[in-house]
Design a protein around this ligand. Structure first.
Ligand code: HEM
Length: 120
């Protein structure tokens, strides 16, 4: 009887420890993920740097600058690769062109990976 009590208690402590470990792991994952996302947005690109990501090199992601932010449009690469209908919008600050059409689609569809350095 006594040893039964002891065993149940020990099991309870073990369960608590397990839940504690899971909790700490969850907190760590969300902090690391949050910091990661934060630093993505804080990454600042100059227009010259953006030029490398214009869809002409299949090994690189494709970026578009718009209203001070940099969007990763790689998921829609068929539009932006060399020969694609919107290749001219890629790898640069296309804020003006995207006021005419397409800006809203980009904002809705693609992740922000950084901000655009103000050109002097
Ligand atoms: C200066 C003119 C234009 C600009 C800057 C522009 C830009 C864009 C952009 C950035 C997208 C988003 C592509 C993506 O999903 O990544 C888009 C989508 C599209 N555009 Fe244009 N576009 C222009 C004119 C036109 C014209 C004249 C047509 C048709 C004759 C057209 C037809 C389309 C279509 C069908 C889509 C796909 C819409 C969707 O996925 O919901 N665009 N455009």
């Amino acid at each position: 009887m006594k040893s039964d009590m002891l065993r149940i208690k020990t099991k309870g402590v073990k369960m608590k420890t397990k839940m504690g470990v899971v909790f700490v792991a969850l907190v760590l994952v969300s902090v690391i993920y949050g910091v990661g996302r934060g630093s993505d947005r804080e990454r600042v690109y100059s227009v010259e740097e953006l030029g490398q990501f214009d869809g002409s090199d299949p090994t690189k992601p494709i970026y578009i600058g718009m209203d001070g932010l940099v969007y990763d449009v790689s998921a829609g690469k068929e539009y932006y690769v060399t020969g694609g209908p919107y290749h001219d919008l890629a790898g640069k600050d296309s804020s003006e062109e995207l006021k005419v059409a397409g800006g809203e689609i980009i904002r809705r569809k693609y992740p922000v990976v950084g901000s655009l350095k103000k050109s002097k």
